[in-house]
Design a protein around this ligand. Sequence first.
Ligand SMILES: Cc1ncc(COP(=O)(O)O)c(C=O)c1O
Length: 372
Amino acid sequence: MNIPFNKPSLTGNEFEYIQDTISIGQISGDGKYTKKCSSLLGVELGVKKALLTTSCTHALEMAAILLDIQPGDEVIVPSFTFVSTVNAFVLRGAKPVFIDIRPDTLNMDENQLEGLITEKTMAIIPVHYAGVGCEMGIIMNIANKYDIPVIEDNAHGLFGKYKDRYLGTFGTFATQSFHETKNFSCGEGGALLINDKNYIERAEIIREKGTNRSRFSRGEIDKYSWVDIGSSYLPSDILAAVLYAQLEKRELIQAKRKKIWKHYNEKLDAWVNENDIRLPIIPEYCDQPYHMFYLLMPTLEKRNLFIQHLKKNGIMAVFHYLPLHLSEMGKNFGGKIGNCPVTENISDRLVRLPFYNDLDIETLDFNCFYDF
Ligand SMILES: Cc1ncc(COP(=O)(O)O)c(C=O)c1O
């Protein structure tokens, strides 16, 4: 077997749309396919505005600028996440306050949230791990009680739902990733979802190098100029063409991924029970987007041996986030062993199995799992 962890796949119209955008003559940002992606996301999810960005990292950076995060402000973030969830705010001078995760969904432990809020808390950033929704009812109640904006890092969770409502529609902002490992991808890409219309105009300006060029492009003003801080956060229309080809086939992609996830779940069910291994836990009120399939091994040692064992059999499995509070940067912010015990434990034991749209799961020989 030779099964990589991830592999890019084509869904159908990618090359046709790339050719189309080139023949139209606008391959810079905000061309035909960027508009199509934004409008599809906006309408499908029901958000006030969806702006395509060059990455989820950049969408998070835009959110931090939009909230005017200042040096000394605090943001509450899980330690069990990708660097960018935190770094985007640290770039503005914020201090991360790390919150531990729940042992079941591996999402922010909402029961610890209120205890971490101070007068300096300027944002709460839940991460929907593997696209399984955080406890948004409780999180939003606490955030509203203290009037603190929520930014959902929904890098994994496009089209996932919490209690019948799309992830990405709860917070003031949400951020999406279209990096190559995601369900829908253009290599590198992202989106900022905006649920409060008061932020739309400034978001367009920040995304366009601090200029009001978006208004100029719509014919609302006759020249554009520098009006705020900003950067270049808009992707080429070539990338948007690739992304649109995938987004328009979202039902097909999600169906393929559902099949893979269910197959893993069924084939591994008996084996995990006999070996003190845990499968993902999905609360019945969460519709997951089938982004990831992971196992929780009994120990760090077993996890590492298991990754080696699969590798010998041609299957590339990988671990995931290292606790951010124990990273070099995290320690500079006072992070210490024992601050987030569930994160520390889960991070050692988690292994992600190969997962991509064209994975032919029925040809995967599960005997090498059962042999371990
Ligand atoms: C939770 C989370 N947030 C943000 C990112 C960053 O995404 P991007 O690579 O699009 O910047 C990732 C990366 O996979 C992630 O897992």
